[in-house]
Design a protein around this ligand. Structure first.
Ligand code: ADP
Ligand code: AMP
Length: 236
C-alpha cells in the first residue's frame, strides 16, 4: 500500500540523505518552505543569502565585497558563493542531507554543485521549483520582515506577527532587509530572469525539476512540496 503523503507532525523515520534545492524568484517563499522542510528532517537549511548577510554584518572581507552588490539587487560572483557553499557542506551536520535556499542561482553554480554532490557521494538532488505571479511578488517582498534573533519570516500583509515589530516565537525585533525596498525589487527580478531562470530548463532536462504552485497558502504549499518530494524520492 502507498504511504500517505500528508505532511507528518513529527520527524519522518527515513533520513533525507540528499540535497533539496528551492528554485524560484525572490519572494516566492523559498526561505519559508526550506526552513520548514529542513526542520522536519533535522538537516541544515543552507541559505546563501543568509550566509552572505552574516558576512556583511560581521564586516568580513567577503562581506565588504558582497554588500554593495547585494544592495543593488545584483548577484555576487560565483567564486565567492561557491567558496562559502563548498566549505559549508563539508561540516558534519550535513552528512544526512541539506536544504538549499537561493543556491544555485547560475548555471555555473549548478554545474559546480553537481560535481560537489557527486564527489561527496550524494544521490541526485530534488529541485522544487516555486511558481508565482509577478503581481504577488511585490507584496511578498515589500511586506517581508525577519526576526533578528531566530530568523523567523513574517509578512505584514499575509502573515503579520501578533505584536507589531516583534517575533511571536522569541520576541526578537523584526527587521526589513535593505534590498526588500520597492526600488530594488526590479533589479532583483531582472537578475533572476537573466541569470537564474535558465536553471529551470537545466534541471528539467536532467529530470530533477518539480513544479509547485507557490501562490497558495504556506500550509498548502508545504503540503504540495511534501507530496512532490515523496513522489520524487521514488523516481530519482
Ligand atoms: P524567498 O526566500 O523566496 O525570497 P520568503 O520565504 O522569504 O521568500 O517569503 C517572502 C515573503 O512572503 C515573506 O514575507 C513570507 O512571510 C511571505 N510568504 C511566503 N510564503 C507565503 C505564502 N504561501 N503565502 C503568503 N505569504 C507567503
Ligand atoms: P536572498 O536572501 O536569497 O534573496 O539573497 C539576497 C542576495 O544575496 C541576492 O540578491 C544576491 O545579491 C546574494 N546572493 C544570495 N545567494 C546568491 C547566489 N547563490 N549567487 C549569487 N548571489 C547570491
Amino acid at each position: 500500500m502507498a504511504t500517505s503523503p500528508v505532511v507528518p507532525d513529527k520527524r519522518p523515520q527515513e533520513e533525507l540523505n540528499r540535497a533539496v534545492i528551492f528554485l524560484g524568484p525572490p519572494g516566492a517563499g523559498k526561505g519559508t518552505q526550506a526552513k520548514k522542510l529542513a526542520a522536519k528532517y533535522s538537516v541544515p537549511h543552507l541559505s546563501t543569502g543568509d550566509m552572505l548577510r552574516e558576512h556583511v554584518a560581521r564586516g568580513t572581507p567577503l562581506g565588504v565585497k558582497a554588500k554593495p552588490i547585494m544592495e543593488r539587487g545584483e548577484l555576487v560572483s560565483d567564486s565567492l558563493v561557491l567558496k562559502i557553499v563548498a566549505e559549508r557542506i563539508e561540516r558534519p551536520d550535513c552528512s544526512h542531507g541539506f536544504v538549499f535556499d537561493g543556491f544555485p542561482r547560475t548555471v555555473a553554480q549548478a554545474q559546480y554543485l553537481g560535481e560537489l554532490l557527486k564527489q561527496h557521494g550524494y544521490r541526485r538532488p530534488v529541485v522544487i521549483h516555486l511558481l508565482i505571479d509577478t503581481a504577488l511578488i511585490l507584496r511578498r517582498i515589500t511586506g517581508r520582515r525577519t526576526c533578528k534573533m531566530g530568523g523567523e519570516i513574517y509578512n505584514l500583509f499575509e502573515r503579520p506577527p501578533k505584536v507589531e515589530g516583534r517575533c511571536d516565537d522569541d520576541g526578537g525585533e523584526l527587521w526589513q532587509r535593505p534590498d526588500d525596498r520597492e526600488e530594488i525589487v526590479g533589479p532583483r527580478l531582472r537578475a533572476y530572469e537573466k541569470q537564474t531562470e535558465p536553471l529551470v530548463a537545466y534541471y528539467r532536462r536532467l529530470g530533477l525539476l518539480h513544479d509547485v504552485d507557490a501562490s497558495k497558502s504556506v500550509e498548502e504549499v508545504e503540503q504540495q512540496i511534501w507530496r512532490t518530494l515523496h513522489q520524487a524520492r521514488g523516481k530519482h
